[in-house]
Design a protein around this ligand. Structure first.
Ligand code: ARG
Length: 672
């Protein structure tokens, strides 16, 4: 059991006894098990080590609830609390905080056990679940960009952590292999295709076709939307003027603030409208300024509906389109598989949208039969009072939708995988889709399976807008990975640094380090933010040796290996020597406590589906290790028993960092 859980358990036992025999307040005897658990869970790690290692903060809220004084409650809790085998005698501080400091012999024994445990002292969770994790799911045939990496990296880390904690995890890549993007490349191929290029470099040719068709569609959409965009600018401009006038007229000082707020909001809207109008104007100008393109654009005025038609034909089983789809799909998969190979991502299943296509008519029929779906304006819809708009499951032209496929997928997963829980690691911009999906699923009786939208924010460029290159296309994922590796080579294998490494790094080693650090940096940076927040993509910061970066943590690991090498020993030898651990310095103690808290961070990851808790933990571990390294000589420690103890601590640190990074999908190197 994690230390924190053990302490909470002991606390719950103390509170239970208090409820059973309370002399303080009769109302305490009515405490429910839930109340006891929630008070017990108020045991938290301290933020300041002067207050001990953990702190129990339940006395204050209990005093409020039971009309007693907090110090009195704290006193009674401490009398009933049985933790002598784990902690020093608890101390009460301030209004009634109970400070718990772990015993040194508890820490040393814990680390000795960790050293010889492949699970590093992390106990499996009490109630393992069958969890299906739906992640990555890119729409293939479109070029991949950095946004795609979030789902992939977060999903992969969650899968590893949950597995490590004992859940039965099934990963499933819900590939977008059947959508409009295929209509686009089919249309593109039929009108602009180049068979020779397709033979020679299929991915490049398909991506050219995709971009071309996309550009033409955007051009026509921009033309169509231009006057409305102009109107929006005029309208918001008037709103700004109005707001300016009312601000000027605000005589009462109390009215100034709200008027300023109004003006601010109006200005923001004007800015957005202007940007939108400029975007459309630029898209139009780009085509108009290119006579050849302009001619192409004019002769494909109906391209949008034509593309939808190609998609519909594919879905209806049109032989020619199906053949093209079958011809294009392998190239599309190759591209994405190359990225997966670089990132070392694997799935148990890759059941893309096309896999469910035959199921879709049945899904709609069942929804109708159950009275959940009705005809509306020729389309088939599920109306739900809690949503403004219905979930459409079949369009008027007979086409099925993303939502229909997701319902079929749900049915399949329930039958095949007996999932307790399904996690959808998908962009937060799809939250409405999932809210509706989950609501319909509930109506269909999927109550035994917990459905969770594990949503994440957007990757932003330095301008705070979704990350794009100057030309407006999202940055290709592979070139981005290449950049990260190149940067890692420059930063980590800079001669000024590597000169100090003995024996010198060979070229091959340097390439390996750059690859491990570069790929690690991209993953780590993504995982280091709470998934729900947006973050700015900043390669320079990501591939730095200092700060909360993969390189910093990887470097700590390399230092560990350096000490073992210089000490002419290995992790295995250290383990086999069954060393006795000693605490002679506060930095050693802090390091030991930290190592014993790996499981705590993993449980936080699991509770919130948020890998950043593990990242934070590893960063903290690496920082404490740097402090330890500065304060405590290892090979030159005062006596042999201290050398052996510190070597054991160093080895245990290496195990924890390596395992932690691996759970995040990040590799380590032994020298850097
Ligand atoms: N292909 C979708 C997209 O790129 C993501 C799929 C997520 N999974 C799901 N079951 N809907 O937006």
């Amino acid at each position: 059991m994690q230390i924190i859980d053990l302490l909470r358990q002991r606390m719950a036992a103390a509170l239970q006894r208090m409820a059973d025999e309370s002399s303080l307040s009769p109302s305490m005897s009515s405490m429910s098990a839930d109340e006891i658990a929630s008070y017990a869970n108020m045991v938290r790690p301290t933020t300041d080590s002067r207050h001990g290692d953990y702190q129990a903060n339940c006395a204050m809220p209990m005093a409020k609830a039971f009309g007693s004084n907090p110090r009195g409650i704290a006193d009674q809790v401490v009398t009933l609390l049985s933790v002598a085998d784990i902690c020093e005698p608890p101390a009460i501080a301030g209004p009634g905080f109970i400070n718990l400091r772990l015993r040194d012999d508890y820490l040393t024994a814990g680390v000795a056990t960790l050293l010889n445990d492949s699970r590093l002292g992390v106990t499996p969770i009490a109630k393992p679940q069958t969890v299906v994790i739906d992640y990555s799911g890119p729409n293939v045939a479109k070029p991949m960009h950095v946004g795609h990496i979030r789902s992939t990296v977060i999903g992969d880390a969650l899968a590893s952590v949950l597995r490590f904690l004992g859940d039965r995890v099934i990963t499933d890549n819900h590939l977008g292999d059947w959508g409009t993007q295929f209509g686009m490349i089919i249309y593109g191929y039929k009108h602009f295709g180049d068979d020779v290029a397709l033979q020679a470099a299929p991915v490049a040719e398909l991506s050219r076709l995709y971009r071309l068709v996309n550009r033409l569609i955007e051009y026509h959409a921009s033309l169509a939307g231009l006057s409305a965009a102009r109107d929006a600018v005029d309208l918001t401009q008037s709103a700004v003027e109005l707001a300016q006038r009312s601000l000027a007229a605000a005589s009462d000082p109390k009215l100034v603030k709200p008027a300023e707020k109004l003006l601010h909001a109006a200005q923001k809207k004007l800015q957005n409208a202007t940007e939108q109008w400029e975007k459309l104007t630029a898209a139009i100008a780009a085509i108009k300024g290119d006579p050849a393109m302009n001619q192409v654009a004019e002769s494909h005025a109906e391209i949008r509906s034509a593309v939808l038609e190609e998609t519909a034909k594919l879905h209806e089983g049109d032989v020619a389109n199906l053949e093209l789809w079958q011809r294009f799909l392998p190239a599309c998969k190759d591209e994405i598989n190359r990225v997966y190979a670089r990132l070392k991502i694997k799935f148990d299943y890759t059941l893309g949208e096309s896999f469910y296509h035959p199921q879709l008519p049945g899904v709609v029929a069942k929804l109708r039969a159950d009275g959940l779906a009705v005809d509306s304006d020729g389309a088939v819809c599920v109306f739900m009072p809690e949503f403004d708009s219905p979930m459409i499951v079949q369009k008027r032209d007979g086409a099925f939708l993303y939502a229909t496929t997701d319902l079929a997928t749900l049915e399949y997963r329930r039958e095949q995988f007996a999932a307790d829980e399904i996690l959808y690691v998908v962009d937060s911009r799809q939250s409405e889709h999932f809210e509706k999906l989950f609501a319909v699923a509930k109506k269909m009786g999927f109550s035994a399976t917990r459905l969770v939208h594990v949503q994440f924010g957007t990757v932003l460029g330095s301008d705070g807008k979704p990350f794009k290159t100057r030309s407006g296309t999202s940055i290709g994922l592979e070139s981005l990975l290449d950049d990260a590796v190149a940067r890692a080579l420059a930063v980590v294998c800079d001669p000024g640094r590597t000169n100090r490494i003995d024996p010198p790094l060979t070229d091959a080693e340097q390439q390996e380090i750059a690859s491990v650090v570069g790929h690690g940096a991209i993953k780590y940076a993504d995982l280091s933010h709470h998934r729900s927040s947006d973050y700015k993509f900043d390669l320079e910061k990501m591939v730095a040796l200092d700060g909360n970066t993969s390189a910093y943590v990887q470097y700590a690991y390399a230092r560990v290996q350096g000490i073992l090498t210089r000490g002419n020993t290995t992790e295995t030898q250290i383990r086999q020597s069954q060393p006795t651990l000693l605490i002679s310095h506060s930095a050693e103690r802090a390091m030991m406590l930290q190592l014993l808290r790996l499981g705590e961070s993993l449980e936080q990851v699991r509770a919130d589906y948020a890998p950043n808790f593990l990242v934070d933990y590893l960063y903290e571990t690496a920082k404490l290790y740097a402090v330890f390294n500065d304060a405590c000589p290892v090979l030159k420690a005062d006596d042999a028993s201290l050398v052996s103890s510190r070597l054991a601590l160093v080895a245990a640190t290496g195990q924890v960092i390596r395992t932690g990074l691996q759970l995040l999908g990040i590799d380590v190197v032994t020298r850097m």
